[in-house]
Design a protein around this ligand. Sequence first.
Ligand SMILES: Cc1ncc(C[n+]2csc(CCOP(=O)(O)OP(=O)(O)O)c2C)c(N)n1
Length: 935
Amino acid sequence: MDLDSIGSEREQGPSWARAHWPVVELDEVNAGLDPTLMTIEKVAAAAGAAAASEGKSSAEIGQAANDSICAMMLIRTYRVRGHLAANLDPLGLHKRDMPEDLKPEYHGFTGDALDRPVWLGGALGLKQASVREVVEILRRNYCGNVGLEYMHINDVAERRFLQERMEGRDAEIRFTPEGKQSILQKVIEAEQWERFLARKYVGTKRFGLDGGESMIPALESVIKYGGQYGVREIVFGMAHRGRLNVLANVMAKPYRAIFSEFAGGSTNPEDVGGSGDVKYHLGTSSDREFDGIQVHMSLVPNPSHLEAVDPVVLGKVRALQVHRGGSEAVGAVLPVLLHGDAAFAGQGIVAECFGFSGIPGYGTGGTIHYVINNQVGFTTSPQFARSSPYPSDIAKSVQAPILHVNGDDPEAVTFACKLAIEYRQRFHRDIVIDMWCYRRFGHNEGDEPSFTQPLMYAEIRKHPPVSELYGERLRAEGVIDPAWAEARAGEFTALLENEFEAAKSYLPNKADWFEGRWSGLGRPDTPETERRNVSTSVDENTLREVGRILTAIPESLAVHKTLQRIIEAKSAMFVSGEGFDWATAEALAFGTLLREGCGVRLSGQDSARGTFSQRHAAWVDQRDGHKYIPLTQVPGARFEVRDSPLSEFGVLGYEYGYSIADPRTLVLWEAQFGDFANGAQVIIDQFIAAGEAKWLRASGLVMLLPHGYEGQGPEHSSARPERFLQLCGEDNMQVAYCTTPANYFHLLRRQMHRDFRKPLVIMTPKSLLRHKLAVSSLADFTGDSHFKRLLSDLGGPADEAVKRLVLCTGKLAYELMEARDKAEDHNTSIVRIEQLYPFPSEPLVARLARMASLEEVVWAQEEPQNQGYWNFLDWRIERCLAEAGVRPKRPVYAGRAASASPATGLAKRHAAEQAALIADALGHSRQAPAQRKAG
Ligand SMILES: Cc1ncc(C[n+]2csc(CCOP(=O)(O)OP(=O)(O)O)c2C)c(N)n1
């Protein structure tokens, strides 16, 4: 399957109906294959005809017709509700009565009726059978150690596929003796691994898998069978529980490497300047081979924040699929997410990620979700952790099938995984395995569980380990001899002892973070304070060529008449070489990068048109609604602009994931308004700001955050720049607020042209999008033009004449200049800080040093004093003043008073505040109301 097929039916036009799941047509073919889909009349007629052909009386024919109809109801009921009677809880604490409608009496079969042959017409693979036998088969199929929920799926082909795997007289979970032995072997290794760690590192947290060991052979089967079905790469995301086990026994991370990390030694972040992370958050990658097929696997590092890694995994998978391209791309790269039951049910990001699964630009052809359902979250029992019957119910929102399975039966769990990978590879949709198990110890090994779960833990203490139960079963089946399991456990422990010794002299390999697609990139070799510009200008012909693409309307396209005018205005910019606005500069940055072979992926709510109707990256035909995306016309372009689902947490995580997998694509996430980014705070704090330091994973992600005080009220004014600045340290990311289209152009291009990647947060304009002064000319993109961290005044005094220097950033600069000019003030200069972090102290000092007449330096901002830039810049500016040796020793603050809310909702008050802070900044008023109030 190629990537463009995902959700392609939704791309076909504006039809509302097409944006929904297809209506199921119960056609003759389906009904013919499955009599439970037939009408009552048809079942009656077919059953009656069968009875008649056997020479039955008319009363018997009537009875046969009735029996068959009731049998069909019975079969359907098992398909829908059989899972309610499945044997899922290894502890037996979760008591579930057999639902009445799963009993034959409910459907009218009692006494002799149970043994009458009933026409089934191929249902359950049977022509006819007694109801007693039907029920016996259905209980085996649907109420054993696997319970399947799938009748909520619309697609008949999917349902039939699952039925074929689950149903029938002979349907049973079957493994060869060798297969059973290798399942047991993996269970033993999983168990011994935890025991070994417990013995060697007493009191150290490991968040063991104890009680859920069946997961290890089951994941093994995902890799093995995945390989057979075309999977070549698996990206795993998971939380703490069982992570060390997965690292060692699934990802094949060398045991000695893990021991060495336990010993506190050799996590390699320190070797290359990172700060490192605890071992149960670290990622790894490896190759494993089954039956001659090699599968590359990576486990994405994650923070403590449960489920936050999910969208990151999906974004990474998408990037890998795009990179592969072709018809095999989706099948070749598989996301696998492992979840805890409490987190899966509780964290909303899970729902956001399910939401991506069928959307063009975000779908990844199905994720395998594996819930380690140990029936407790830290100390909280399920009845307090969710309102839904199962932790997995959220998956029904996308009609994903759900396999509930008893974790004490490793064969059942492995079967569920085998089925899951086959389903994913065939239908390219999400599927869930909900493995019911238990947590043998506390939340971590030092945590006492009986304070809160005395009954559960009394049961757990009596409960034999999985290896013992399964070992006994295999002995009874004659698959292993009595000493087999003990011998395997002994061998494995001996191996671990050797590895433990080897760990003492283990030296980790060099960090792998700039390999593969990252080769040629590295960490910056200059301090953050330096200019670090690379050439980002383009020649005029190139610019004009991209301009032609941006202004050529295909004849076949009927564009909106206002858009036509916008495009004409754009053409005029290229004719005059003047007046290039923000949107055009951005499109030129994208277009020129595309020409140079970079990819560009822009994702955000309504990003194609742009929140402020400024971008128009997609032109929509006014007659049939089809889209035309001009930048895709750049030869060889890898350009995507995606209107994202209405999510911030999920989408930002997704784009971050994309960016860590593809440094050659400019990945941009745009917030509708900048403040909505706080819905994605976990991604910002845990991944974007700290990911490189913790996990040695660089990212060139760009965040576009519309920002600016324009009287729109508390929620549409501030992108909270202070939050980002507070996170800045150790050269971890960049924060910018540009005031000219050309500077924005160079900033975006610089992001791809430097030999290192750092996240870039840009406060983007709203009113500046159309401001008459916020324009650039052709020469600002060409020749020796480049990104400028500081921008000088427009028409201010020469440096030597400056008495008052007003430093600011963003759109306020234009308001200050306008007011200054209006007041005919010839001693005040307004200098814009275009890049806030890394702070451009060196050009600022150089500038200040030239201002021999300087008397006062002001920092002006529109944001309240406790917000914006003041707290970040105050001491930095002070240091620059000292270094430059100018008279003023401290900058003075001019701006709004400290405030709980970012902005007033009252237009008049906004205007008064804005006027006051501008007058204050320029020294045109003695009154500085904002400053007075700020304690
Ligand atoms: C977002 C978030 N909130 C709270 C926590 C603290 N916490 C860590 S583990 C845990 C319980 C998780 O339960 P479950 O998802 O069932 O996984 P289990 O530990 O049982 O395997 C909690 C509340 C966290 N890590 N992340």
